[in-house]
Design a protein around this ligand. Structure first.
Ligand code: BGC
Length: 329
């Protein structure tokens, strides 16, 4: 299993990862609960804004499980599929890369054995549906496998997903997820087939009590007020964790995408900007591509209500010149 080294072919994966480059998440839209989105409909204007800012890619989290039949063959509702097609087309037609995933499949996290057939059926349908799409569309197997999903189960299941996708998409880039909220320190648990078109997807929210302060969905209730950085040691720890991921990537010949990172709006803006700039630069120094979490909601770099960029965050992600260019528009 996962012991292949960089070959001429897997160097393609590194160049595709470089094209993924600096990206954004279309968070709080299509992964919201059935029937409503947390952000309204994704407007064409948002994709213009992403393109103008200079993003290379858009990760599109999708809650497919809310739009599939409960019984085999677990048909995806055609209208919903069309909606997602529309979003993918908005991204690709602006020259950005698109990553589509399976997000918030909560039933799977609670009962992985029971729900595995549905996950595989979702991927069979998506693979066949998108097989003629350009290679700039990537697939990501599953967001944040947690709860009752054990490493052994996940390795076997993810490899089955890859096999299902490969039946119709022999060379499409697939992002594979590490366990425990896509944690970096769980990368060594991954066992993957010798497939040269894989990218490992990790999420980075450390220190979690800083990035998630005041977040109602976090069970330990991280208190508001923590700044970043608290000490140089904190920064050193981040660098060490990222070094581990870089070493894993080199050893296995699999590039890294940081598919999510961001700091929630309850932290003070100066600390958020410092953290975002610091980790973004550290990712880039190690050759990781990234997708900031997220565009226009509570971590957002864009204030959708006011119709304004949060320019400090834009500068932290894309540089001062990009922020100044957006300000002049
Ligand atoms: C979840 C979001 C959450 C974010 C940060 C994402 O994977 O989908 O709901 O805001 O992580 O915790």
């Amino acid at each position: 299993m996962c012991s292949f080294t960089v070959s001429a072919e897997s160097s393609d994966a590194f160049s595709w990862n470089a094209k993924l480059g600096r990206g954004i998440n279309l968070g709080n839209f299509l992964e919201s609960k059935r029937g409503k989105t947390w952000m309204g409909e994704p407007k064409a204007e948002y994709f213009d804004l992403m393109q103008q800012a200079g993003f290379d890619s858009v990760r599109i989290p999708v809650r497919w499980s809310a739009y599939t039949a409960a019984e085999a063959p677990y048909r995806i509702e055609p209208d919903f599929l069309k909606r997602v097609d529309g979003v993918i087309d908005e991204v690709l037609s602006r020259g950005m890369l698109a990553v589509v995933n399976v997000h918030h499949f909560e039933e799977f996290m609670h009962a992985p054995e029971t729900e595995k057939p549905r996950l595989l059926a979702i991927w069979k349908q998506l693979s066949e549906h998108y097989q003629d799409y350009p290679p700039e569309l990537f697939f990501e197997t599953l967001n944040e496998p947690v709860d009752n999903v054990s490493p052994e189960f996940w390795n076997a299941c993810q490899n089955e997903i890859i096999a299902v996708i490969r039946q119709s998409n022999p060379k499409r880039m697939i992002q594979v997820s590490s366990l425990g909220w896509n944690r970096i320190d769980k990368l060594p648990l991954l066992e993957l087939p010798p497939d040269p078109y894989l990218i490992a997807s990790v999420h980075f929210y450390d220190p979690h009590p800083f990035t998630h302060q005041g977040a109602s969905w976090v069970d330990y209730d991280p208190p508001v007020g923590r700044k970043f950085p608290q000490s140089d040691k904190e920064k050193l720890q981040i660098k060490r964790n990222l070094d581990q991921a870089a070493a894993w990537s080199k050893e296995h010949g699999i590039p890294i995408n940081v598919g999510e990172f961001g700091a929630f709006s309850k932290a003070d803006m100066d600390s958020r900007i410092r953290w975002t700039r610091f980790v973004r630069e550290e990712f880039e120094q190690r050759g990781f591509s990234w997708n900031y979490w997220e565009f226009g909601s509570s971590f957002g770099i864009y204030d959708a209500r006011k119709g304004e960029w949060r320019l400090g965050l834009v500068a932290a992600l894309l540089g001062k010149e990009s922020a100044q260019a957006l300000q002049r528009r």
